[in-house]
Design a protein around this ligand. Structure first.
Ligand code: UT7
Length: 357
């Protein structure tokens, strides 16, 4: 028994922050950001992670033609929970009106959605659950140090979701590979938040500990290794891959990975230019757009891969089902946004600047 994706949906908050907007308050420029990362713009959310997750989830449910009441589990991959308890998954579950399903958050950094796919598939394969809503949703704009050009230009907010059901044919998740290289955990870390906080000291603004070059090298090698492992476990060949959906962190990482695996640009999905790195939401958002663009046909061989804080890395191989179009549309929307992206990040920037000596 295996799980197959029968529904998909995404939710991108409407406020767009362009490279030129960022260059208005940081020592950077559009040319540097585009050539070094491939990113032109990203979204800034005016609402919480559970709301982004619920709208993406509702769209995935409508796409699958599955009623919320039939969902057995809500798994939310996120690194930006709204509160520590209860889980943000349960808060999204409440908005969606899903009664008594199991619900939990999964933190594997940007790899969360691919870890979640393997977890959801395992729950289906073992007979624990039949229908699972798996969501990747993030509001990284909250964590970013908007005074730091090394990191502030890279990330954005958004959500993507899929519905997994029991497959009754040979389609579905064929294999997965998951790893975490904990020795390198310190090169991508938000160290000053959580129970490590020293309550005898004044709070400091959050910082993202980040070694971009080292992450870049490990990302390409690590995702390639996981994809090779997933390929072998599934008994398929990457050369036959119809579409690879990689984590969207940097266009140069995506291209280096494609080259290393001898895949053509047509075989590798990219949308990092418009959304930046939305962490655990990149893969499901890119999956939705690959489907919208007709890149995935019935029965296609699809691979997914990601890397992130931990340092985690993972990949999965999937045989797509017979349907590549949504069965229905959701009427759920985000609340209206009457602020620009710059206005939305204003309070965060002013808070951080208040700490500058
Ligand atoms: O999901 C996981 C999250 N992390 C990642 O995905 C990050 C992976 N790494 C990367 O994407 C790239 O390493 C970066 C985009 C972060 C940096 O690109 P790079 O080509 O590795 O640049 P670099 O670190 O070698 O820095 C080159 C220069 C530095 O100046 P100096 O020291 O050479 O004078 C930086 O200070 O570029 C400077 N720089 C900037 N300049 C203008 C760094 N950020 C900026 C900026 N605008 N925004």
């Amino acid at each position: 028994m295996r799980g197959v994706i029968t529904g998909w949906g995404k939710c991108l908050p409407p406020a767009v922050l362009s490279n030129t907007d960022i260059a208005g308050f940081l020592d950077t420029d559009d040319e540097w950001i585009r050539t070094r990362t491939g990113i032109s713009e990203r979204r800034i959310s005016h609402t919480g992670v559970s709301q982004l997750a619920a709208v993406a989830g509702s769209r995935a449910l409508a796409c699958a033609g599955v009623d919320a009441s039939d969902i057995d589990a809500v798994i939310l991959a996120t690194t930006s929970p709204e509160v520590l308890i209860p889980s943000t998954a349960s808060r999204a579950q409440k908005i969606l009106g899903i009664a008594s399903a199991s619900a939990f958050d999964l933190n594997a950094g940007c790899t969360g959605f691919v870890y979640g796919l393997a977890t959801a598939n395992g729950l289906i394969a073992s007979g624990v659950h039949k229908k699972i809503l798996l969501i990747g949703a993030e509001r990284l704009s909250f964590y970013l140090d908007w005074r730091d050009r090394n990191t502030a230009v890279l990330f954005g907010d958004g959500a993507g979701a899929v519905v997994l059901e029991v497959s009754d044919d040979d389609s579905g998740v064929l294999s997965a590979s998951m790893h975490c290289d904990a020795d390198a955990g310190g090169i991508l870390m938000i160290p000053d938040f959580g129970t490590v906080m020293d309550m005898s000291k004044q709070p400091e603004p959050l910082t993202l500990q980040f070694d971009g070059r080292e992450i870049f090298k490990r990302a390409v090698k690590g995702m390639a290794e996981c994809l090779r492992e997933a390929e072998e476990r599934a008994g398929v060949s990457l050369a036959d891959c119809d579409q690879l959906i990689p984590h969207q962190a940097n266009q140069r990482i995506i291209e280096s990975l494609g080259k290393l695996l001898h895949l053509s640009p047509d075989q590798v999905m990219s949308n990092v230019a418009r959304y930046g790195n939305t962490s655990s939401a990149t893969v499901p958002i890119a999956l939705c757009e690959a489907l919208e663009q007709g890149r995935i046909k019935p029965g296609a061989l699809v691979f997914m891969t990601a890397f992130g804080a931990g340092l985690t890395r993972a990949a999965a191989a999937l045989r797509w089902g017979s349907r590549v179009h949504p069965l229905g549309e959701s009427r759920m929307h985000l609340p209206d946004c009457n602020m620009s992206a710059l206005e939305l990040i204003g309070p965060m920037l002013r808070y951080q600047e208040s700490f500058t000596p």
